[in-house]
Ligand binder design. Structure first.
Ligand code: CP
Ligand code: NVA
Length: 307
């Protein structure tokens, strides 16, 4: 049994294997009806708890559909409605849930909640986003890049904007999948330096720059995300918007990247803030393939978890 907690904590060989499995199982479904079972059912007779302490559209639906396609059943739980939100310890919750279910996916605030869940659960635990990282998203993004352009190894990924949880998992992936990364954003919103140094130690060149135009030169992939994440206080909105406006992805910036550069956004997007409609809906955008690939990448992750 394996937990899937973060990209930098998962063996690179396993990460590559998960991506290859996702490609195969996605292709094997072709145009099967969405509720049709897969040919192989690695979650047959298994029950999966999907816990959300924050809102979600993609994570919630893609995990739910994915479990069912692999023969399992799900229960979607809101953190606020559980005793977890009323003082029961994470450790006790983890031990209790392990008596009922075969796998736990949790979207939470503090990373500590995820780590304690994994420590005390006797079933696999999957990170469905914390304030600090969002590994399932980036596995879907790698799958999406490789489907469109081949191996991501050696490519240049440029992140524009907030050095947030999604950015952190991209930096982890740079180290594990051996691509280069440039972060362009305002200094107060830099990604965690520990993550940057770890990726550099694995041989990835991770650059931090302040100028968006300088950053995108030679880019194979341009990525951005919301300027205000779910864990950011609403009071920070105006300050963040002022800090991040120079990093909005528009057609002019896209035109400075490599001609075959792709654009990604994990969604939900705030059209007109971090990215313009012309980029979101433009020919380089693969945002809906990314969203679809959450399903296929997570199915491969869950399969690996129960191996
Ligand atoms: N990208 C992503 O995780 O979307 P949701 O918040 O809708 O799950
Ligand atoms: N950075 C965003 C990602 C949402 C999927 C957030 O944490 O709100």
């Amino acid at each position: 049994m394996n937990h899937f907690l973060d990209i930098h904590k998962t063996d690179a060989k396993d990460l590559h294997r998960i991506i290859e499995t996702a490609k195969l199982t996605k292709n094997a479904r072709h145009d099967k009806p969405k509720a049709a079972l897969d040919a192989e059912l690695p979650l047959k007779d298994k029950m999966v708890a999907l816990i959300f302490e924050k809102p979600s559209t993609r994570t919630r639906v893609s995990f739910d559909v994915g479990v069912r396609q692999m023969g399992g059943q799900t229960m979607v739980l809101s953190g606020a409605d559980m005793q977890l939100g009323h003082g029961e310890t994470i450790a006790d919750t983890a031990r209790v849930l392990s008596r009922y279910v075969d796998m736990i996916m949790i979207r939470t605030f503090e990373e500590q909640t995820l780590l304690e869940m994994a420590e005390y659960a006797s079933v696999p635990v999957i990170n469905g986003l914390t304030n600090r990282t969002h590994p399932c998203q980036i596995m879907a993004d790698i799958l999406t890049y490789e489907e469109h352009r081949g191996p991501i190894k050696g490519k240049k990924v440029v992140w524009l904007g907030d050095g947030n949880n999604v950015c952190a998992s991209f930096i982890h992936a740079a180290g594990q999948f051996e691509f280069d990364m440039t972060f362009a954003g305002p200094e107060p919103l830099d990604p965690e330096m520990g993550f940057v140094e770890e990726a550099r130690a694995k041989g990835s060149s991770v650059e931090i720059v302040r100028d968006a135009e300088e950053a995108v030169v030679g880019a194979d992939l341009i990525v951005t995300d919301t300027w205000v994440s779910m864990h950011d206080p609403a009071s920070a909105r105006e300050r963040r918007h002022n800090q991040l406006r120079p990093y909005r992805v528009d057609r002019r910036l896209m035109a400075m990247a490599n001609p075959d550069a792709l654009f990604m956004h994990c969604l939900p997007a705030h059209r007109g803030d971090e990215v313009t409609n012309s980029v979101m809906d433009g020919p380089q955008s693969v945002i809906f393939d990314e969203a679809e690939n959450r399903l296929h990448a997570q199915k491969a992750i869950m399969r690996w978890c129960v191996e």
